[in-house]
Design a binder for this molecule. Structure first.
Ligand SMILES: [Zn+2]
Length: 208
């Protein structure tokens, strides 16, 4: 293995990525794009990119049990729990370019709460895949619904899509907001509005 400046922390990540196959394909792709894979700057690129995917796509093999790791607590609290501005980085499955943004998540417990630090890790589990934003939003909401069986779950995701921004034709499509609601957030307008008011209060526009 040639030395490069990227750290190799990936070796501890469980993965479905066939790193050697990805490396060969990257080499072929560079050639197919009309570039010279032998030149200095590109020489280690297939190696770096194939390893990068291990980290960027680590969500497939993330273990939900391990992520939760005993951080479910029985508690009689039944007011809305809200975590906003959870930063995430995902990959659009149509173009394999990043989409990045923030997730806002709320739930109303029904006897069970989850440790706050776990919520961003749940977002990452679904973000680090080849994704579409709508599905990712739904998966986060469904996972919390199944795990916590709360009175309701709400997930709003705002993101900017590099595939729209970089190609320059449809820049107005670059920002997208998606939502998924379960239980009380779906059934009760006042509950949903309280959540939406909370996440819009003092929110900053998305920036890269
Ligand atoms: Zn795309």
């Amino acid at each position: 293995m040639e030395i490069d400046d990227d750290n190799d922390e990936f070796i501890n990540i469980a993965t479905n990525v066939d790193v050697d196959a990805a490396k060969n394909i990257m080499l072929e792709l560079i050639k197919a794009l009309g570039e010279n894979p032998e030149r200095e700057g590109l020489k280690n690129t297939p190696h770096r990119v194939s390893r990068m995917y291990v980290e960027l796509l680590s969500g497939y093999t993330a273990d939900p049990e391990k992520i939760i790791n005993g951080a479910l607590f029985n508690i009689s609290y039944d007011e809305m729990v809200l975590v906003r501005d959870i930063e995430f980085y995902s990959m659009c499955e149509h173009h394999m370019l990043p989409f990045v943004g923030r997730a806002h998540i709320a739930y109303i417990p029904a006897g069970k709460v989850i440790g706050l630090s776990k919520i961003p890790r749940i977002v990452d589990m679904y973000a680090r895949r080849l994704q579409v934003q709508e599905r990712m939003t739904r998966q986060i909401a469904d996972f919390l619904q199944q795990t916590l069986k709360p009175q309701g779950v709400a997930v709003v995701v705002e993101a900017m899509h590099l595939c729209s921004m970089m190609r320059g034709v449809k820049k107005h499509d670059a920002r997208m907001t998606t939502s998924a609601m379960h239980g009380a957030f779906r059934a009760n307008l006042a509950t949903r509005q309280e959540f939406l008011d909370n996440i819009s209060r003092g929110s900053k526009p998305l920036q890269l």
